[in-house]
Design a protein around this ligand. Structure first.
Ligand SMILES: *[C@@H]1O[C@H](CO)[C@@H](O)[C@H](O)[C@H]1NC(C)=O
Ligand SMILES: *[C@@H]1O[C@H](CO)[C@@H](O)[C@H](O)[C@H]1NC(C)=O
Ligand SMILES: *[C@@H]1O[C@H](CO)[C@@H](O)[C@H](O)[C@H]1NC(C)=O
Ligand SMILES: *[C@@H]1O[C@H](CO)[C@@H](O)[C@H](O)[C@H]1NC(C)=O
Length: 368
């Protein structure tokens, strides 16, 4: 009996220790601050009263959801097989349904205890000064920092950033394709054809170093200047990102532009598979791409004339090679006509077969 009571008192103080204030809706003008008090119990869940569940959000966001959801009285943070957090919003709590309050290792129960409003203006000033926010939140009022802006809060892809709708400008963003905390800064094109494009290869003619180009064999080497990827690197990226389109965009002075994106259908998919080395079968050119608005190339209108296969030219197919270099050695070309070609030795063709190149001419490849 005494032991039981001691345990009980211990547990109560344990709860008290774990009571946490969730910051919520602080009007700038008011000194009053309202917090929602939760009690937390490790290795426990409330079973059978779930009104909503959300995958892969953290504890803080899960609490905010509960606060925002009418009828939510408590939450369970559970783990599914992939070790992702699973947030469950419950219509009851452990006080109203004690019989459903169960042991479940590595899950956590958070019960809504009360809402209290206090004057904490001095604390607020202190917090503002030190800028301490929960991870994933920033600024004076600890606003959520949208995914993609910081290395500690990356998105998985440019497409995800585009879909979230917060950022609509082209530029550098942070992505973590493997979702393992190893974020990478990449360039996202958020404006062309709906945006969401991740730049995977980029050559820009620079008169100071006209032949400069690095062949990168892991997607981790992606950056915004003078690099191309091997098929292995594209494959690696595709295994993490599952992109479904590739876009080729080259521009040559004055005003010659080849600009096509693979079609979102099986013919376009065959092209994605070829360039990511999932197959060596050279894909058909015709019906595999759509011309972007500014494309004015000769090549994009001659799909039947493309390629080379088994010693024959003009077979109507993408590519030239079955090797690692398929993305940059004649990925698309018409024999004795126009080519896309960026050789490590410095030869560069953009819808031509040998004109001189000027500073600013570029070859860029994106995936989405
Ligand atoms: C939970 O963990 C404890 C300690 O590791 C273990 O003794 C117990 O069997 C586990 N319970 C369940 C239901 O897995
Ligand atoms: C891009 O990567 C190449 C090869 O790894 C490297 O030489 C170059 O400095 C990098 N450029 C930038 C801007 O990071
Ligand atoms: C795929 O899309 C392209 C471009 O819109 C179109 O020309 C082609 O006919 C489509 N192919 C199939 C198999 O739907
Ligand atoms: C080239 O050879 C492959 C394998 O033998 C065959 O599947 C393909 O149809 C051939 N292509 C042409 C254009 O003859």
């Amino acid at each position: 009996m005494a032991v039981q009571r001691a345990t009980h008192i211990f547990l109560m103080s344990f709860y008290a220790l774990l009571v946490i204030l969730a910051i919520f809706a602080v009007p700038e003008s008011s000194a009053d601050y309202c917090g929602n008090v939760f009690e937390t119990t490790a290795n426990r869940v409330l079973l059978g009263h779930v009104i909503d569940s959300v995958l892969d959000i953290d504890e803080f966001e899960c609490r905010l959801r509960c606060i925002g959801e009418k009828g939510c009285k408590s939450i369970n943070i559970r783990r599914n097989g992939n070790k992702k957090n699973f947030c469950e919003l419950n219509s009851q709590n452990r006080q109203t349904m004690p019989q459903d309050f169960r042991v479940e290792n590595s899950s956590t129960y958070h019960g809504f205890v009360q809402v209290s409003c206090v004057d904490i203006s001095s604390d607020k000033k202190r917090q503002r000064k030190s800028r301490l926010c929960h991870p994933g939140y920033h600024g004076e009022r600890c606003q959520p920092d949208h995914k993609g802006l910081y290395s500690h809060h990356p998105a998985s892809s440019c497409k995800e950033i585009r879909n979230a709708g917060h950022f609509k400008t082209d530029g550098e963003y942070w992505v973590d394709p493997e979702k393992n905390g190893n974020a990478l800064k990449v360039f996202c094109d958020m404006t062309t054809d709906g945006g969401g494009w991740l730049l995977i290869s980029s050559i820009v003619i620079d008169t100071a170093a006209p032949n400069q180009m690095t062949v990168v064999s892991s997607y981790r080497g992606i950056n915004t200047s003078q690099m191309v990827l091997t098929k292995g690197a594209v494959n690696e990226l595709r295994s993490h990102l599952g992109f479904t389109q590739i876009r080729f965009h080259c521009s040559r002075h004055p005003g010659h532009i080849f600009h096509v994106a693979t079609a979102a259908n099986s013919t376009g998919e065959a092209v994605v598979q070829y360039f990511s080395g999932q197959t060596d079968i050279q894909p058909n050119a015709c019906g595999s791409f759509v011309r972007m608005d500014n494309d004015n190339s000769i090549m994009s209108r001659q799909c039947h004339q493309w390629g080379w296969e088994n010693g024959t030219y003009k077979v109507g197919k993408w590519g030239h090679s079955r090797d690692q270099d398929r993305l940059y050695i004649y990925p698309a070309f018409v024999y004795h006509g126009q080519h896309w070609h960026t050789s490590p030795h410095g030869t560069r063709y953009c819808d031509d077969g040998g004109s001189s190149k000027t500073a600013g001419d570029f070859w860029k490849i994106y995936v989405r």
